[in-house]
Design a protein around this ligand. Structure first.
Ligand code: AMP
Ligand code: GLY
Length: 419
């Protein structure tokens, strides 16, 4: 079967890498792809927003399955379009994607179906939002409802900061239309954890846990980023008794919820959790694979990913039982200097061929024989070893051999999982 992956980041590189290992896959294409993906797949210069061109390509090439990486493609209805054309595609449809693209919709879904989450109010009127925030205990979390590249969440330490956040998001539209509505919620204390589960509308298949490191600097300092590194399993954060609660309180209720609401949810559900002293709370629903969670999860997956994706589409998840490697995986992101702020691209990357790790490319481009940087997050240096401590040591040994001007990375990815 020929497979097409849509997207251009480290997550998509990992999807391409894993799908290539399937004995049933004859060729992999990626649109638009990147410098690393080009070594495993044929990259097509089609943007994720060009639905007509993607459909035309899938038909012309006889693609048997298309796999969607990014959230904005799902929110834009790429899956509905492929379905209407009779093309097989993995990903949630547009109405299900609202669980990620509208935080207001997600919160209302959680409250309606008893899924544990932070207490909150949802507003389309700035003055009503102000009145609500003024009565809350600080810190107060103010979130633009729409997709804002992970930047639309403000943790306000004071009421004045909350007031500024409401003004900037709703009235000045700092994040554009994503700020037409806001969620204002209580601040939760705890450790974050990433959960992934394939969902076919009837049942779910829970993946091992992972933890991301969202802040730019060591010790969870600095600005929020798309994610600076991950490890899996994250069983110190989510021991078996808490994972059991995630099953009953989040996933079972999620399945009951999509059924009750008539959502045909088939795809990946990735809830971001805060594990509090009262148990797991859902911070947000993502309806796609995480980046860089996918890099560690697929590194640990022994089974054929193609089978799992097809079982999701065909509502057969209850009949599949994948096997996972018991080893721990670590992914350290090497980013461009300045990220998540402004950064320069075009820096030559050296040491890739010698790296004793799987190096997933996030923002790279091929220039003749050279690979150069072309994004904020550049590489995800990923290793597998019997213990997390060994996987960490291996990953950082590999990182030390890779260089580009201005490279920055955290030195504490996975450290909390070892301590
Ligand atoms: P979200 O996009 O909703 O996951 O929020 C982005 C980040 O903001 C999360 O990964 C958390 O680090 C933080 N955050 C969001 N909501 C809360 C909350 N209610 N309490 C504490 N931190 C939060
Ligand atoms: N790693 C966080 C995300 O993919 O949203």
């Amino acid at each position: 079967m020929k497979v097409l992956v849509i997207g251009s980041g480290g997550r998509e590189h990992a999807l391409v890498w894993k799908l290539r290992q399937s004995p049933r896959v004859s060729a992999v294409f990626c649109a638009p792809g990147n410098g690393g993906i080009a070594e495993l797949a044929t990259c097509m210069p089609i943007k994720i927003t060009e639905h007509d061109a993607l459909v035309q390509f899938a038909k012309g090439e006889g693609i048997g399955l298309t796999v969607v990486g990014p959230d904005d493609a799902l929110a834009a209805g790429i899956v509905d379009r492929f379905d209407a054309e009779g093309l097989r595609i993995f990903g949630v449809n547009q109405s299900s994607a609202r669980l990620e693209s509208s935080k207001v919709f997600a919160k209302e879904f959680m409250f309606r179906h008893g899924i544990p989450t932070a207490a909150s109010g949802q507003f389309s009127d700035a003055n009503a939002a102000r009145v609500f925030a003024a009565k809350m205990k600080t810190p107060i979390v103010v979130k633009a409802s729409g997709l804002a590249l992970g930047k639309g969440v403000i943790i306000a330490e004071t009421h004045a900061e909350a007031e500024t956040a409401i003004r900037e998001i709703m009235e000045e539209r700092k994040f554009g239309e994503a700020g037409a509505e806001v969620v204002i919620e209580e601040f939760l204390e705890g450790e974050e954890c990433s959960i992934h589960a394939l969902v076919d509308g009837e049942s779910y298949l829970l993946f091992p846990s992972a933890q991301d490191h969202k802040r730019a600097l060591d010790g969870d300092k600095g600005l929020n980023t798309g994610g600076m590194g991950t490890f899996s399993p994250a069983d110190k954060v989510l021991p078996p008794e808490l994972e059991a609660r995630v099953r009953t309180e989040v996933l079972d209720r999620f399945i009951a919820g999509v059924k009750a609401d008539g959502l045909d949810f088939r795809g990946m559900l990735f809830p971001g959790l805060m594990v509090t002293s009262d148990g797991p709370r859902v911070l947000e629903f993502n309806c796609r694979f995480g980046d860089p969670e996918t890099q560690v999860l697929l590194t640990r997956l022994d089974s054929d990913l193609l089978e799992l994706l097809e079982a999701t589409i065909d509502k057969r998840l209850a009949t599949v039982a994948p096997t996972w490697c018991a080893d721990a995986a670590v992914c350290v992101i090497m980013a461009s200097g300045g990220y998540p702020g402004a950064y320069a691209g075009g820096k030559e990357i050296t040491g890739l061929a010698e790296a004793q790790a799987t190096v997933f490319h996030a923002g790279t481009r091929r220039e003749g024989e050279r690979i150069v940087t072309a994004g904020g997050r550049v590489l995800g240096v990923t290793t597998l070893a019997p213990t997390l401590a060994e996987a960490r040591a291996k990953a950082y040994a590999a990182v030390s051999g890779i260089a580009f001007e201005g490279a920055q990375f955290r030195t504490d990815i996975g450290a909390k999982g070892v301590a």
